[in-house]
Design a protein around this ligand. Sequence first.
Ligand code: FES
Length: 104
Amino acid sequence: MADADATYLHLTIDGRSVEVEGGTIVAAALAMAGAGRTRTSVSGEPRAALCGMGICQECRVTIDGRAHVLACQTLCREGQMVCTGAAAANATGATSTPTTTDKR
Ligand code: FES
């Protein structure tokens, strides 16, 4: 249910415009937008937020050109540009199903 008094922000995730309520963290925006990954491991496996508290580093994304920003520790801002690298991973044929053998 939408809050009539809420402030909404507009950001871009992998080139797609997304609207979120003020106070939303980037990891939540990614989940709400249906982004299947936050980054791709060196072995081509998709990675996604795991701990939600800045420990696992699995939620690293590029925000406004700055790489390795923790999505779970970053608030959404108006006009923010978030890149997961999913387009590049898809172009190279990286897998879309996480496995337990990933070495990061
Ligand atoms: S989800 Fe673990 S550090 Fe962000």
